[in-house]
Design a protein around this ligand. Structure first.
Ligand code: PGA
Length: 260
C-alpha cells in the first residue's frame, strides 16, 4: 500500500489528477473505474480543465462506475448516472457508449450484475479504479461485513451511509436503501486502485484501512491485499495514522529516485 499524505485536499486532488493524466497518456484506451460522492467532484473539475486544455483525452477510454441506487432511473437527479453526466461526462470527450454504470431500473437486477461483470472483463479489465471511502470504511456500496471476495450484486445500505448521504436528498425526496455495487473482489481485480479521502470525517476509516486488521468490518482494508493500491489523503484524513512519519519518508525517497 502506498500512502500519500498531502497538505490540503486540493493538493490531494492534484496528485490524483496527475495519476489519471499519466494513465491516459501511457494508455489512451484505458478502462477507468469511476466513483461518485462529494470527494471526486473537485478531481473531475480538474480533469475537465485538463481535457479542455488538450492535456488529456478520454476519446479512446472506457469507464465503469462502482455503483448505482437500485430503483432510480439514470435521468433522476439523485442517480449516479445523472451525477456522472453533470460532473464529468457532459464536459469531456468520452464517447457516451463507452461509459457504463449499473442500471438502477434493470428488470432482472441480479442478471444485470452478472452482465456487468462480463462487460468489465470483455473490456479487458479496469486499469485504474478511483475510490472514495465511507466514514464506515465502505468502498463502492460494500458495507461493513461485505464478503472480501464479493462480485457485483445488490446491497442494502448501512443506516450510517443513508444518514451520511441524506445531505444530497431534500426532505420530501425518496432516498433509496438498496444499490447495485461492484464487489470487493471486482475492485481488487483492477490493476491500480486509487483511493482519495479528505477531511477529518474520514480519519478513523483511513486509520482502519491502512493500519487496522484485514477485516470485512472495514471493507477498504481489503486493499491491503492489492499489489498496487495508492491511498491519497490530506492532513485531516491522515490525523489518526500512527506511522505518518514513515509514509512521508517513503514519499521523500520516491521523489529522490525520480530526480536522479
Ligand atoms: P463522499 O462519499 O465522497 O461523499 O464522502 C464517499 C463514499 O461513500 O464512498
Amino acid at each position: 500500500m502506498r500512502v500519500v499524505i498531502k497538505p490540503t485536499a486540493q493538493d490531494a486532488v492534484q496528485f490524483c489528477a496527475d495519476v489519471f493524466s499519466q494513465q491516459l497518456l501511457t494508455k489512451p484506451t484505458s478502462v477507468l473505474g469511476l466513483a461518485t460522492g462529494g470527494t471526486p467532484v473537485n478531481l473531475y473539475k480538474e480533469l475537465i480543465e485538463r481535457n479542455k486544455k488538450g492535456d488529456l483525452s478520454f476519446a479512446l477510454a472506457k469507464s465503469f462506475n462502482l455503483d448505482e441506487y437500485l430503483g432510480l432511473a439514470g435521468t433522476h437527479p439523485q442517480s449516479y448516472r445523472y451525477f456522472m453526466q453533470q460532473q464529468l461526462f457532459d464536459h469531456v470527450d468520452i464517447a457516451p457508449e463507452n461509459t457504463h454504470l449499473p442500471d438502477g431500473l434493470a428488470d432482472d437486477p441480479q442478471a444485470f450484475c452478472n452482465q456487468y461483470e462480463h462487460s468489465i472483463k470483455d473490456a479487458g479489465g479496469i486499469d485504474l479504479q478511483l475510490l472514495g471511502i465511507g466514514s464506515n470504511g465502505h468502498i463502492g456500496f460494500n458495507e461493513p461485513t461485505s464478503s472480501l471476495a464479493s462480485r457485483t450484486r445488490i446491497k442494502t445500505l448501512d443506516p450510517k451511509t443513508i444518514r451520511d448521504n441524506a445531505r444530497f436528498f431534500s426532505e420530501d425526496e425518496h432516498q433509496p436503501h438498496l444499490s447495485i455495487t461492484m464487489g470487493i473482489g471486482t475492485i481488487l481485480d483492477s490493476k491500480h486502485v486509487l483511493l482519495l479521502a479528505t477531511g477529518e470525517g474520514k480519519a478513523d476509516a483511513i486509520q482502519a484501512t491502512v493500519e487496522g486488521a484485514l477485516s470485512a468490518m472495514c471493507p477498504a482494508s481489503a486493499l491491503q491485499m492489492h499489489q498496487q493500491a495508492t491511498i491519497v489523503i490530506d492532513e485531516a484524513a491522515a490525523a489518526k495514522l500512527s506511522l505518518k512519519e514513515y509514509y512521508l519518508a517513503v514519499e521523500a525517497e520516491r521523489e529522490k529516485l525520480t530526480t536522479f
